[in-house]
Design a protein around this ligand. Structure first.
Ligand code: NI
Length: 255
């Protein structure tokens, strides 16, 4: 059993969710968190989650999304009310693709944290070139009360530790398999097994040996296998612990 803790099924071109999920099942991938990046994507995500077993949805707005700038807590909470919605996000900060006055990005991040705490569903955090501010806002908004996952983690060990102290899990994507990702591989070796998740972030960031191609949930197997080799553990061990972690964190997900 293996879980893809972060994918975007609706963004994978020239394919459909049913085919992608069938291909993943054939590789032993059984559960999926299909992550929202904008509110107008949400109805599609919800209908996929309602229709296909073991595909869950989140509700949230990606930090780089330029629509939904002034979303309020109530809107997010209402959308998150469905039992197929198990998380709030992805939200966070991205200083790589957004520049200038980012007050709106900070405010929207705080709104997501508030909604997550009120609705009792964990956060999915996207952070790029913004680790210090991300941690600061999580602290200021008392995100420890709800926890969540640092998705597609690429930061250093210090950042991982600070996030874990606030109850966050660390999720590794295909980036960890890249040849030039030595620093990240060192972090993946150190993160306690009971705090680790794996993901594809499909259609982006396909792991080796599919690097540069369109990613899909089936390929999460290659992320788990790489981490198993790195840590000198069996594939089954990494698959089992990351699956257990997923259900511990997203406790509203039921099989
Ligand atoms: Ni994503």
């Amino acid at each position: 059993m293996l879980v893809d803790s972060h994918c975007h099924l609706d963004l994978i071109k020239n394919s459909n969710p049913d085919t992608l999920i069938a291909a993943a099942h054939a590789q032993g991938v059984s559960h999926f968190l299909n992550v929202s990046i904008a509110l107008d994507h949400f109805p599609t995500l919800l209908s996929i989650a309602q229709r296909i077993d073991n595909v869950f949805a989140s509700v949230g707005i990606h930090p780089n999304t330029s629509s939904d700038m002034t979303v309020d807590v109530k809107t997010l909470k209402t959308m998150a009310n469905d039992p197929n919605v198990i998380a709030i996000g992805e939200t966070g900060l991205d200083y790589f693709r957004s520049q200038g006055d980012l007050t709106w990005q900070h405010q929207r991040f705080r709104t997501h944290i508030q909604a997550a705490k009120e609705v009792g569903k964990p956060l999915i955090i996207h952070s790029r070139d913004a680790a210090q501010d991300t941690l600061r806002i999580l602290r200021e908004e008392n995100a420890v009360a709800i926890g969540g996952v640092m998705h597609c983690f690429v930061e250093d060990w210090e950042t991982a530790q600070q996030a874990m102290e606030m109850g966050f899990y660390i999720s590794f994507s295909g980036i960890v398999t890249f040849k030039n990702a030595k620093a990240l591989q060192a972090v993946a070796k150190q993160v306690p097994l009971d705090r680790m998740l794996v993901e594809t972030d499909a259609p982006y960031l396909a792991p080796v040996p599919y690097r540069g191609k369109t990613n899909q949930p089936a390929y999460v197997k290659h992320v788990a296998q790489f981490i198993a080799d790195l840590r000198e553990e069996t594939f089954e061990k990494i698959a089992n612990v990351t699956t257990e972690n997923f259900f511990r964190l997203f406790s509203s997900a039921t099989t």
